[in-house]
Ligand binder design. Sequence first.
Ligand code: AP5
Length: 210
Amino acid sequence: MNAVVLLGPPGAGKGTVAEVLVNKGYKHVSTGALLREQIQLKTPLGIEAKKVMDHGQFVPDEVVVEMIGELFIEADSDANILFDGFPRTLVQAQKLDDMLDSLSGTLSDVILMECPDDVIVKRITGRRTCSTCGAVYHIHYNPADSCTIDGCDITQRPDDDEATVRKRIEVYDERTAPLIKYYSDKNLVQSVDASQSIDMVRGHVVSLLG
Ligand code: AP5
C-alpha cells in the first residue's frame, strides 16, 4: 500500500486536484467528504460532527482516526491512497504512520498546496458542490448550472461563508501547519503554488507524482 497526502489550507484546491488523480489510479479519501456523508445520513457521528464543522473547528482526532482505520481494513494491499484533508493534526499524522507501518505500507509524497488567505476566501465563498456526488464547481472559475456528472443540484456548503472560512484558516494555521515541519523532517514535502489556474496546479501536481 502506498499513500500520498495533499496538505494545504481550506480552498487551496485539494479536492479539485484529487479529481484528476483519481483518473490516474489513486483512491481518493477525503475525511471532509466522509464526515459530510455521515451528516447527510444523520448518524450519531454525523450529528456530533456537524456541530463543530459548521463553526470551522476540527472533529476530534479519535473519530477521524477510527474512520481511517476502518478504511485501511477494507483497502487492497496494492492500493494507492490519496489523502485529502487527513492528517490535520500531529496526532493524526503519527497515527497514520503507525497504521501504514502495521500494514508495511509507505507514505511516498506530501504535496503542500500553498495559497494566500485572500485567494482562499474568494474561492471558498464562490464554491458550489454537487449535493449528491460532491463534485466541486465555482461561480467564476468553474461555473455550472447543475452537476455535469450526474445532473443534480449544486449548492453552497454550510461552512463556506466568509466568517467560517476565516475561522477555518486560523485553525489550519494553528493545528495543521505544524505538519509541514513534521513531514519536511522526513524529506517528504513538495510545494506547489496553488494560487495559479486550475489547469496549472493540476499539471504541476500530476508531474510531481508521475
Ligand atoms: P474539508 O472538506 O476537508 O474542507 P477543507 O480542508 O477546509 O478543504 P476544502 O474542501 O474547503 O477545500 P479544497 O482544498 O478541497 O478546495 P477545492 O478543491 O474544493 O473539511 C471540512 C471540515 O471537516 C473541516 O473544517 C473539519 O471540521 C472537518 N474535518 C475534515 N477532515 C478532518 C480531519 N482530518 N480532522 C478533523 N476534522 C476534519 O476548491 C475550492 C474552490 O476553489 C472550488 O470552488 C474550486 O472550483 C475552486 N478552485 C480550486 N482550485 C482552483 C484554482 N487553481 N483556481 C481557481 N479556482 C480554484
